[in-house]
Ligand binder design. Structure first.
Ligand code: HEM
Length: 491
């Protein structure tokens, strides 16, 4: 028990892990980590490769994400497990292969053309698709799964960013889109490989059994979709000027590798699939937890509304334009909303745990000895619940902790690691905040979102922290005359 968990002969700590998986896995890890001052070594059964160092100590996080970054790549274990889905794309790449994608993608993400494209496509999706779907649920007095609707919104949005095409998931009857379904199944089957001994899933893959069979079929559909988009785009580019387009596929099609050759179709497919995975569910899941937290903290909702109204009051043009569309400059000014979203991500980070591998023997700043080849898991979920980082009220939802003199103040990435940190900081961070703020403000200004009484809420075990049972809500239109236009908070 001195090691954090009972360590049995042959099976190691597996019995405790199985018990932990039956409860809330993330709370279970947090409990062990808090008892062990932020780091412990998990020992799996002798016949598996489950041994790993688990940490939530900010000093270790800074060391592995920044100070000694090159000694902590994603590593071979991760790469071979996710290769069928992600190929050599950015999420699955280290060193040179990672650099050659990160650099151009970073330039693109910071370009004005790309920013305009993303804000325009989001505006179109929110106003022509999301709000009508929500309005429909009110007309029919039906509860709606807000998480499902938001997942559809961000899937359409990220496909427009990566491929420049709109798959159309967010339509009134919430259609089943084959590409989206195949993508979801392929991701789920890939995640299962992490909890299956390597030899077992590799044998299942050879024999085409169970989830490996599903994975193969789903990947075929994903690849067909990607091939079709790439073929069509190549034709378009050959007959027309592609300068108008600023999606990632078009950008990477115009680049050359170190030998001066254009990137292969397979590599273009990998790049796009990786960006879709990175930007698909993270923002929608964060927004779902945020709306659940608002339901439990009505005071925070009032403060967000007060801030929105104060900003609208500053408009020189008519406030009662119809439909009311928030301008990028107004979204930027919403500091309290940004704090409320960051606070939701602190408690419910979209990526709850992440993983690295040690290249050469090393020692963490807290003294933990790391042997070459060790897997390191960093528990982002736990970091939001550590008194040493956030104080005694760390489990409370309190957006005010992010404000200084009413302005939003960010925290170092090694305390607030929801967007990762160091050279591999999330590339979509700014866009994700914009997307979440625009969507949240557009919904909250129009509707009160009430979680259906008795709806069970708990995290699902997956790479991204979905609400296991979705988020069933009932919407009601907001009476605009009751909005806090002259309010006590933001005078
Ligand atoms: C609330 C929203 C988001 C959160 C919490 C989030 C979080 C993260 C995290 C934790 C990582 C590191 C993952 C790893 O290396 O294992 C990451 C990487 C990344 N994210 Fe995000 N993300 C969000 C939204 C987005 C969006 C909308 C996009 C793109 C449209 C995006 C693009 C990326 C990319 C490309 C990487 C890989 C960066 C690299 O390895 O160099 N993210 N993100």
């Amino acid at each position: 028990k001195k090691q954090g968990l009972p360590n049995w002969p042959l099976v190691g700590m597996l019995p405790s892990l199985i018990l932990g998986l039956r409860k809330d896995m993330y709370e279970w890890i947090s409990d062990v980590l808090c008892r062990m001052n932020g780091t412990f070594t998990f020992r799996g059964p002798w016949f598996t490769n489950l041994n790993c160092v688990v940490t939530s100590d900010p000093r270790n996080l800074e060391y592995l994400l920044k100070t000694n970054f090159s000694n902590f790549p994603k590593g071979d274990y991760f790469r071979s497990t996710v290769r069928d889905l992600l190929g050599d794309g950015i999420f699955n790449a280290d060193y040179d292969n990672w650099h050659k994608q990160r650099k151009p993608a970073s330039i693109e993400f910071h370009s004005a053309k790309f920013r305009n494209m993303t804000t325009d496509s989001l505006l179109e999706l929110v106003h022509s698709r999301l709000l009508p779907v929500l309005e429909d649920s009110i007309k029919q007095s039906n509860p709606i799964d807000l998480q499902d609707v938001l997942l559809r919104l961000t899937f359409d949005n990220v496909c427009m960013i990566a491929f420049g095409v709109d798959p159309g998931c967010l339509h009134p009857h919430l259609p089943q889109i084959p590409f989206a379904k195949a993508f979801e199944l392929a991701t789920e089957a890939t995640v299962l490989r992490f909890v299956t001994p390597t030899l077992v899933w590799k044998t299942m893959r050879c024999l085409g059994l169970g989830t490996e069979k599903t994975l193969k079929h789903s990947l075929k559909k994903v690849d067909e979709f990607a091939d079709e988009v790439i073929r069509t785009r190549k034709k378009e580019i050959s007959i027309a000027d592609s300068k108008q387009r600023s999606d990632l596929l078009t950008v990477f099609m115009g680049l050359r590798d170190e030998e001066g050759k254009l990137f292969s179709d397979k590599f273009l497919r990998d790049i796009c699939v990786n960006f879709i995975l990175a930007g698909r569910d993270t923002s929608s899941v964060a927004l779902s937890w945020f709306f659940w937290l608002l339901d439990r903290n009505p005071e925070v909702e009032q403060r967000i509304l007060a801030e929105i109204c104060k900003i609208l009051n500053e408009r020189e043009d008519a406030i009662n334009e119809s439909p009311l569309i928030f301008k990028p400059a107004e979204i930027k000014k919403m500091d309290y909303l940004q704090a409320a979203l960051s606070e939701a991500l602190r408690l419910y980070p979209s990526v709850p745990v992440d993983h690295k591998e040690v290249v050469e023997d090393d020692v963490f700043p807290d003294g933990t000895v790391l042997k070459k080849g060790t897997k390191v898991v960093y528990a982002i979920y736990t970091m939001g619940r550590m008194e040493g980082i956030w104080g005694k009220d760390c489990r409370e939802y309190r957006p005010e902790r992010w404000l200084r003199d009413g302005r939003y103040m960010s925290e170092p990435a090694y305390r607030f690691t929801a967007f990762n940190g160091g050279p591999r900081l999330c590339l979509g961070k700014d866009f994700a905040y914009y997307q979440m703020k625009f969507t949240a403000a557009s919904i909250l200004y129009r509707y009160h979102v009430k979680v259906v009484e008795g709806h069970p809420v708990m995290p699902k075990m997956a790479l991204t922290m979905y609400l296991k049972y979705g988020l069933q809500v009932k919407l009601s239109r907001r009476d605009q005359s009751q909005l806090p236009l002259n309010n006590k908070y933001f005078m």
